[in-house]
Write a protein that binds this ligand. Structure first.
Ligand SMILES: [Fe+2]
Ligand SMILES: [Fe+2]
Length: 266
C-alpha cells in the first residue's frame, strides 16, 4: 500500500513501509516536486506499481510531469518507470551514463528521453535549480542525489535511511536511539563497504553533505526530516565503520522460518 503526505507545501511524499522479515520496516519513498516543471523523484517499488499509480494520481495529474529524477536504478526506485515513460511522452528522465547502462540490460531507456546530470553539476527546471551530488553512502554506482538550492531540500537517495519497527511521518518523532540504531543498521546492510572505508575520507564526505545546511531532508528510506537533524544523521554514519557487519540468515535459519510459516500463526 502506498500512502501520501506533504513534506512541504510544494512537495508530496509517496511512501510505503516495506516489511522486512525479522528486521522491521523500511520506508520506500518517492517525491513529487510541484512547480513550473513538475519533477517526480523515483518511481516506487515494482511490487507496488499499481498502487503507486493510484497514489501518484491523487497528488498530480501525471500528464503534468516533465521530469523524473532517477536517483538510481534499484528495484525499489524504478517500479513505475517503464509505464510512466510509455504513457506520458512529455517526461524526460534525469540520470547518468551508468543509469542508462544498468537499465539497458533489463528495461532500456529511450535515449531521446534521458538527460545526463553528473554529481557536481546543476540543472535548472523552471524556478528550481538542483545541484547533483554523490551521497556519502550508496548501493549502486549510478546513485545521484541532489540539493534543491532554492528550498534548501536535500534528496540523498538511500543515504540516511533507517530500518525501523514503526515508520512515522516525521523523523523527528523517532527517539535518538531508534534513529541512530536504525540508520546504523540500514547502512551496514545497504553499504557494506563502509566497514573498510578510510575514516578521514568519510569525515570529509560527511562534512560536505552537512555543508549544504539543508532545511529539509528527504531520504528515500526515512520519513521526512527537518534539516536540523543533519548533525545526528552524520553522527550515525560516522559510527558505521565500528558497527558489526550485517550477516543475513543462513540456510538453517531459512528452514526454521519456513517451518514456522508452515505451522501458521499459532
Ligand atoms: Fe539502493
Ligand atoms: Fe533504495
Amino acid at each position: 500500500m502506498i500512502t501520501t503526505y506533504k513534506a512541504a507545501p510544494d512537495i508530496d511524499v509517496l511512501t510505503t513501509a516495506f516489511p522486512i522479515p525479522g528486521l522491521g520496516h523500511l520506508a520506500i519513498n518517492a517525491f513529487v516536486l510541484h512547480g513550473e516543471e513538475p519533477v517526480l523523484v523515483d518511481t516506487g517499488p515494482g511490487v507496488e506499481r499499481d498502487n503507486f499509480f493510484t497514489a501518484l494520481e491523487s497528488v498530480i495529474d501525471p500528464r503534468d510531469l516533465r521530469w523524473i529524477w532517477l536517483t538510481h536504478t534499484d528495484g525499489d526506485h524504478v517500479g513505475a518507470l517503464g509505464r510512466l515513460l510509455a504513457e506520458y511522452p512529455d517526461i524526460t528522465v534525469i540520470t547518468t551514463f551508468l543509469g542508462v547502462g544498468i537499465m539497458s540490460v533489463s528495461d532500456p531507456l529511450p535515449m531521446d528521453r534521458v538527460h545526463f546530470v553528473n554529481p557536481g553539476q546543476r540543472i535548472t527546471l523552471g524556478s528550481r535549480t538542483l545541484h547533483a551530488f554523490r551521497p556519502p553512502t550508496f548501493d549502486n554506482p549510478s546513485t545521484t542525489g541532489f540539493f534543491d538550492t532554492g528550498s534548501g531540500t536535500l534528496f540523498p537517495s538511500d543515504c540516511f535511511g533507517a530500518l525501523l519497527q514503526e515508520v512515522p511521518e516525521n523523523a523527528a518523532d523517532l527517539s535518538d536511539g531508534e534513529l541512530r540504531d536504525g540508520q546504523v543498521f540500514w547502512t551496514t546492510v545497504d553499504s557494506p563497504w563502509m566497514h573498510g572505508v578510510d575514516r578521514g575520507v568519510l569525515a570529509r564526505e560527511l562534512d560536505a553533505v552537512a555543508g549544504f545546511e539543508p532545511s529539509l531532508i528527504l531520504s528515500s528510506h526515512l520519513p521526512a526530516a527537518p534539516g536540523s537533524m543533519i548533525d545526528r544523521f552524520v553522527a550515525s554514519l560516522a559510527a558505521v565503520p565500528d558497527a558489526g557487519p550485517f550477516v543475513g540468515p543462513d540456510q538453517a535459519a531459512l528452514e526454521q522460518m519456513l517451518l514456522q510459516m508452515a505451522a501458521g500463526p499459532n
